[in-house]
Design a protein around this ligand. Sequence first.
Ligand code: ZN
Length: 381
Amino acid sequence: MLLKEIIGQEEVKKRLVHSVQENRVSHAQLFLGAEGSGALPLAVAYAQYILCKTRSNGDSCGSCPSCTKNSKLVHPDVHFVYPIALKKGEVEKSTDVATEWREAFLENPYLNLSDWFSHLDAENKQPIIGVEESGEILRKLSLTTYEGEFKIVILWMPEKMNIAAANKLLKILEEPPDKTLFIHVSENEEALLKTIYSRTQLIKINRISDEEIKNALTEKKQLSSVDAARIAYLADGNFNAALKLIAESPEENLHLQKFREWMRMIFKVDIVGVVSWVEEIANSKVGRENQKAFLLYGLNILRECLVEMYGDKKLLRVDGEELVFVKGLSTRLDGNICKQLSDEFNEAIIHIERNGSGKLIFTDLSLKCMRIVKQPKAATA
Ligand SMILES: [Zn+2]
């Protein structure tokens, strides 16, 4: 990957390029960025840049033999370590599923852990970086470099290392072989071992801005600017989520239809309707990202209702069908009800992130919403 193929992250790119030009590449780095921010593709593009024979304009060339190998993730001096579904005697280290890894990454460099595990057909397995991995790293680092100056290890999700693996890795980090570079790519600072954190140089990868996601969607996915803007808004800085949202609703606003239908049933206390509605949204095909995006959409609508009720109407961000819906819904809400509904939506999002059952979460949420909207509404000014 070229650095310019990475969405946004201009500041970090500049910093990384500068460190290479100045010959000040730190041997252990930690790319810390939330899911969908592009920390992993950035690490891959950075490795390609470091090893490129003919860099120019702050990027790799993309066509020298080194870049060609890197673009297929087959460069002999770049090693990947990532969580796997351990299976004794068959899958014990990353290289045992290297082909699958290349396929999954090249298909979507912004992939998350659950995408990777579904590519492995191992959705219900525990992702782990096991102790076998450290021996494998040492073995690879002891080989002479193939053609590059550096040997680079990209370690995705160090938070999934078990203690034994982490201890062995720490020893390597303490006395790194010459000319080696470790790039740890993590999504979760809190789950990371403090010792790894303290032995690496931190490179923070921020969420991608809505504007940058919007531009990427119009350029790479040929979306209209209206659709791209709507999806960027819902994706909230996560490009992987944006890709999933396109797959779900390329042209029409399905979230609006679903949300409107749901709210009608909630106000009518239509339990039978809600049960079949929940079946639909909790369907495994919908996926957690989309369920989350749906609730984020609901939160946005509630925010718009508050603006409609109490704020300057010029600040409304909806129009057309959505505006009609917001105006109608607002007549049935007040600030207090909006606040309680928003709290419940946020709570449900947390449960979805923790892998809870969609069916239970949405059923529970629907019943809570029914109770909340039944409260007497405060008189609005
Ligand atoms: Zn090159």
